[in-house]
Design a protein around this ligand. Structure first.
Ligand code: TGC
Ligand code: FAD
Length: 392
């Protein structure tokens, strides 16, 4: 078991912009991760298994529904607090943040925003406590970047809906208790349905062979004539904008999470560069290594400023989808580049599981693809600034 030596880095005194509550929330998450998750994460990653025993702890630090109101079991925190929790989780492992993102922004958020009061009371407290784990089914085998083309559908059978189709690449699917599933009705309009484990015809086969995000479970959601009670349809929003609205919240969390990964890689590289001696000097004394480290902290600091401002806008309800896309895209790309540079600073040691770098790097290959690919987010910015849609 490794000791987690991570220390935060705050080159531009960003902590001065945080409230005492923000710092307490972040430090509590960091302390819990160091004690409960860092010692086991590498092992679970290698076994390609999500450590389910951490679920109650994850709930206790506000990892499930940080900004969902307390009356529904959430933590009732602001968007900066949510971001800081995501930063700390992903600093440890992207799969950990993924589990939290899906539960909070892709399952609790739509039930809270698009569900009725009965649905909120039925599902949200159990999701907030971790008694229920949720998944979010948007992507299909033939519809990834273009979810509007989905073929999963439901028919009105009078006293229930009949759901057919399949979702692929779904985080938490293999052990989820409930799934928020996006499907078209007979008129081709997209609605969200809450599908519960145990409904006849609903199966969740696991996807094996992933070389990335191994500590997060991924699978399919398969619907073979599933009878879904009518009260399980989320009634307050339909159309593609409904699932995309959830993605805004999750993508915002990823923007913070990616900073966490970059900080962990930088932290490890800085320590290693000061300790590792070659040619009679610490490698940190060589200009080439200083260039790498200096550029890392510069990019991290730029991302911290971008993301903090986005958090302020989000708190005020003024953040646009395009602004969120810019931050998700920039920060994940920044973290991936830093992970690659940090790996080189560690020399051969960097390829081993003694350090988190290769795990982070492999995880980021999923993060740069899910929740909208690197290309799609660029096109969102392009559309926003030119007014011309280059997707289709
Ligand atoms: P388009 O015609 O542009 O829009 C359809 C409707 O949606 C509205 N809209 C949004 N609403 C809220 N938030 C957003 N970000 C929105 N973007 C668009 C839009 O105004 C319109 O509304 P209305 O009322 O006019 O109908 O749609 P399009 O078909 O051209 O697609 C646009 C595009 C390509 C940007 C979109 O489809 C997209 O973002 N594609 C990427 C798909 C994606 O991100 N999938 C993620 C799946 S979930 C996942 O990966 C979870 S990983 C979780 C983890 O483990 O952490
Ligand atoms: P495609 O859409 O086929 O894209 C392939 C390539 O083509 C990409 O490089 C893309 O950028 C490019 N491309 C596509 N369209 C355009 C265009 N118009 N212009 C230019 N380039 C384009 N989905 C869920 O619904 N729920 C989940 O919980 C979930 N979890 C995931 C977990 C993991 C580990 C992974 C890897 C994925 C997960 N996804 C989930 C799916 C994820 O959102 C999709 O993989 C992603 O949206 C991309 O879809 P795709 O893989 O089908 O790629």
């Amino acid at each position: 078991m490794k000791t987690d030596l991570y220390q935060g880095h705050d080159y531009y005194l960003m902590d001065e912009l945080l409230s005492d509550e923000h710092k307490l929330i972040r430090d509590t998450a960091r302390a819990w991760i160091k004690k409960e998750v860092s010692p086991i994460i590498e092992d679970y990653y290698e076994r390609a298994e999500f450590p389910k025993q951490i679920v109650p702890g994850l709930a206790s630090i506000g990892g499930f529904g940080p900004y969902i109101p307390q009356e529904y079991g959430g933590a009732g925190l602001d968007q900066i607090s949510y971001g800081l929790i995501m930063q700390e989780l992903e600093r440890c492992d992207s799969g950990l943040r993924s589990t939290s993102s899906v539960q909070s922004s892709l399952v609790m958020y739509p039930i809270w925003k698009y569900g009725n009061e009965e649905q909120r009371k039925k599902y949200l407290p159990k999701l907030a406590s971790g008694e229920f784990i949720g998944s979010f089914g948007l992507t299909e085998p033939d519809h990834g970047s273009n979810p509007g083309g989905m073929v999963t559908n439901f028919k009105d059978m009078g006293d229930h809906y009949l759901l057919n189709g399949a979702k692929m690449w779904i985080s938490n699917a293999p052990f989820c208790d409930v799934a928020v599933v996006w499907a078209k009705n007979e008129e081709g309009r997209i609605w969200g349905l809450v599908v519960e484990r145990g409904m006849e015809g609903f199966t969740t086969p696991e996807t094996h062979g992933k070389l990335s995000l191994r500590a997060s479970a991924t699978g399919e959601l398969v619907f073979d004539n599933v009878k879904v009670p009518k009260e399980n349809l989320l009634p307050n929003k339909s159309g593609l904008g409904a699932p995309l609205g959830c993605l805004d919240s999750a993508r915002y969390g990823i923007a913070w999470g990616a900073i966490g990964v970059a900080l962990d890689c930088y932290d490890s590289a800085l320590r290693y560069a000061k300790e590792r001696t070659q040619f009679g000097k610490p490698i940190a004394a060589f200009q080439l290594q200083q260039k790498k480290l200096a550029e890392m902290i510069t990019e991290i600091t730029k991302a911290q400023l971008l993301t903090f401002r986005l958090g302020q806008l989000k708190n005020e309800g003024r953040a646009t989808s395009a602004q969120i896309s810019m931050a998700k895209r920039n920060n994940v790309d920044m973290a991936l580049k830093i992970a690659r540079e940090a790996r080189q600073i560690h020399g051969a040691m960097g390829i081993t599981n003694e350090y988190s770098i290769m795990r982070h790097m492999a995880n980021l290959e999923s993060v740069i693809t899910y929740e909208g690919t690197h290309d799609i987010h660029l096109l969102i910015t392009g559309f926003d600034i030119t007014g011309v849609n280059a997707f289709k």
